[in-house]
Write a protein that binds this ligand. Structure first.
Ligand SMILES: NC(=O)c1ccc[n+]([C@@H]2O[C@H](COP(=O)([O-])OP(=O)(O)OC[C@H]3O[C@@H](n4cnc5c(N)ncnc54)[C@H](O)[C@@H]3O)[C@@H](O)[C@H]2O)c1
Length: 260
């Protein structure tokens, strides 16, 4: 039995929430987790995306259900956890993946509504979901939390102010959860992404020129853009027992971009 088979066997029947499962990285994670035995709860704000990913997984003979929720709203984050507990009785894996960008706006050009929305989706929702899920995970002997972070959570010029702060915060949240609840059987890690081919930039406002000037300098060293499936296979390792010695880790998946 190789590592992939062992990862797969450790995931059979696990209840796995994936937020932002309707597109890009989350969609690839949801499919990869379901293909490896998880019963996936796919959460997204766009109804057609939720039905699309659930139909694809179930159509392939694997297990998934969906919830349409706006995770910028605290009550909806609670519904994600409570609804899953009501339906399945436990949560084995919580993948806080939903995220939005900020138009590369630096501080002076960041209005309150952009700051608040980016923080609420990228940072407050993972905090709130973890706060509600951890007691139940502990009650059931443990669990795994995986947060989707970014090189913008490690460096200062990969995005605007709100996104950069939200992802730095998410990495802090990851480490604090790991340190606080590792002894209770909770593992919390982050996957730190470089540039992945997804819909995240589509439809966003015109990027800020000052922010783009910074970003373009870093883009010059980008080795290549990743495919969501390449990220999902790292996520599979991180939610499986194959990574049982990892807790509070920030695993960089970026083709070496952060090495520059
Ligand atoms: N694509 C990249 O280059 C890149 C780089 C670094 C980090 N990331 C992170 O990866 C994660 C996934 O992003 P992606 O690139 O797959 O983008 P994406 O836009 O393709 O997918 C994100 C999904 O999250 C959903 N979502 C957005 N706001 C939501 C809300 N309020 N409630 C519920 N769902 C919501 C969207 O509808 C979408 O389906 C994000 O956290 C993002 O910050 C992406």
């Amino acid at each position: 039995m190789g590592p992939t088979d062992r990862a797969s066997s450790s995931l059979q029947g696990k209840i796995a929430i994936v937020s932002g499962a309707g597109s890009g990285v989350g969609r690839a994670m949801a499919k990869m987790f379901a293909d490896n035995g998880c019963n996936v709860v796919a959460v997204d704000v766009i109804p057609a995306r939720v039905s699309g990913v659930v139909e694809e997984i179930v159509g392939g003979g694997k297990k998934a259900s969906g919830m349409v929720l706006d995770l910028s709203v605290g009550g909806d984050v609670d519904k994600m956890i409570e609804g899953t507990l009501r339906s399945f009785g436990r949560i084995d894996i919580l993948c806080n993946n939903a995220g939005i960008m900020d138009g590369a706006r630096p501080v002076v050009d960041t209005p309150d509504d952009v700051w608040d929305r980016v923080m609420s989706v990228n940072l407050v929702a993972p905090f709130r979901a973890s706060r509600r899920a951890i007691p139940s995970m502990i009650e059931h002997g443990g669990g795994v939390i995986l947060n989707t972070a970014s090189l913008a959570g490690v460096f200062g010029a990969r995005a605007g102010a709100a996104y950069t702060v939200s992802k730095h915060g998410l990495i802090g949240l990851t480490k604090n959860i790991a340190a606080s609840y590792g002894k209770d059987g909770i593992r919390c890690n982050a996957i730190v992404l470089g540039a992945v081919q997804t819909a995240i930039g589509v439809g966003s406002a015109d990027p800020n020129p000052r922010g783009m000037e910074n970003l373009n300098k870093t883009m010059a060293t980008l080795p290549r853009v990743g495919d969501p499936a390449e990220v999902a296979s790292v996520a599979l390792f991180l939610v499986s027992q194959e990574s049982r010695y990892l807790n509070g880790s920030c695993v960089v998946a970026d083709a070496g971009w952060g090495a520059y």
